[in-house]
Design a protein around this ligand. Structure first.
Ligand code: IPM
Ligand code: MG
Length: 378
């Protein structure tokens, strides 16, 4: 038996290609790991009515970690229209499998490091090194949504929320409600994770991202929780900023920030911004981390327009595999991957189209694998 059993989930579109690339790099490490394929993605929604089939959930229950490529998501009505005829009209509704995995396995930390590797022609500025901690299971992603709005919900809101008067007279299908639900526990654990990370790696500051001046209840709770958690880390500097201002300030002076922590949707937004500052979609890596399981995925999507061309940059997925190794405790192997990526970027001989070059996805992977130096894992 191998030391590690890893669920291998390519998913849709370019997910398949970048995972093939990641495998070339991982195989260069001679890690004692077994990679077990799992079905996931649009195809399984269309043919089985479930983009995350039960057998894949079972697989995830029996692995040390998972590496996941990308998924195609479509709005509810478009998704229903693509179901196999035999599955239509059964009330099946599409939910993003990555969001489901996060919730099913309580992968509450979404960790998104955004580091500018020296000489990357796509760096917004050299030296950027930001780490986003995004809450990953609640907030506007809770999945508590109404469209149309049932009478019972309308009546309850009418009697509890004076501001609801403005909407109370509408017909149920003339509006929709998505609930933003944030808990003390959920806020505490993500904020704590950010502070613990800052402490462990000697980072200079934690910035709490919110919109508590307007979204008072939920973001108010998040900010209040941050104040409490911060007391447990007196040696870590921290501040807080509204999400809108944050996007401006980050662009203006990224060096004023270090570790960022945010509720789910703001974290989604801010992590794309941070990824863009260090090279864009080809460089954004991420981990969805819980107590038992962690699912690692590049931040980018399935990019249908590039699918099958072996053209996209696999560095995001290679760095994602590096994060997985860190999480497994294979720190030396993880470092070797990061060093290899940094060397290939710095030398600039092999570049994918986004970096101004013409290397294919797999040529980039081979170049990185070719740079893996140091002691081989036993
Ligand atoms: C991400 C993505 C996902 C999200 C989508 C694909 C559901 O944007 O991982 O950031 O919104 O969380
Ligand atoms: Mg996103």
């Amino acid at each position: 038996m191998s030391k590690y059993r890893i669920a291998w989930l390519p998913g849709d579109g370019i997910g398949v290609e970048v995972m093939e690339a990641a495998r070339i790099v991982l195989d260069g490490l001679e890690l004692d790991a077994e990679y077990v394929h799992g079905d996931i993605g649009w195809e399984y929604w269309c043919t089985e009515g479930d983009a995350l089939p039960e057998r894949t959930i079972k697989l995830l229950e029996n692995v040390h970690a998972a590496l996941f490529g990308a998924i195609t998501s479509k709005p509810v009505k478009a998704a229903a229209a693509e179901l196999a005829p035999a599955l239509q009209g059964q009330g099946l509704s599409y939910r993003s499998p990555i969001v489901r995995m996060r919730q099913l396995f309580d992968l509450y930390v979404c960790l998104r490091p955004c580091k500018a590797y020296p000489q990357n022609p796509l760096n917004f500025k050299e030296g950027i090194d930001l780490v986003v901690f995004r809450e990953n299971t609640e907030d506007l992603y809770a999945g508590v949504e109404f469209s149309p709005v049932p009478d019972g919900i309308r009546d309850s809101l009418s009697s509890h929320a004076p501001a609801f008067q403005a909407f109370g007279g509408l017909a149920g299908d003339d509006y929709a409600i998505s609930c933003k639900i944030n808990t003390r526990k959920g806020s505490d654990r993500i904020i704590r994770a950010a502070f613990e990370f800052a402490q462990k790696f000697g980072r200079k500051k934690v910035t709490v991202v919110h919109k508590a001046n307007v979204v008072r209840a939920t973001d108010g709770l998040f900010l209040e929780t941050a104040r409490k958690v911060a007391q447990d880390f007196p040696d870590i500097a921290w501040d807080a900023a509204n999400i809108d201002a944050m996007t401006m300030w980050l662009l203006k002076d990224p060096f004023n920030y270090d570790v960022l922590v945010a509720p789910n949707l703001y974290g989604d937004v801010i992590s794309d911004l941070c990824a863009q500052m260090v090279g864009g979609l080809g460089f954004g890596c991420s981990g969805n981390i819980g107590k038992q399981l962690a699912v690692f995925e590049p931040t980018h999507g399935s990019a249908p327009k590039y699918a099958g061309q072996y053209k996209v940059n696999p560095i995001a997925t290679v760095l994602t595999a590096k994060m997985m190794l860190d999480w497994l405790g294979e720190l030396e192997a993880a470092q070797r991957i990061e060093d290899a990526v940094a060397t290939v970027i710095r030398e600039g001989r092999v570049r994918t189209y986004d970096m101004g070059g013409s290397a294919t996805t797999l040529e980039m992977a081979e170049a990185i694998a070719g740079q893996l130096t140091g002691r081989r894992a036993a």
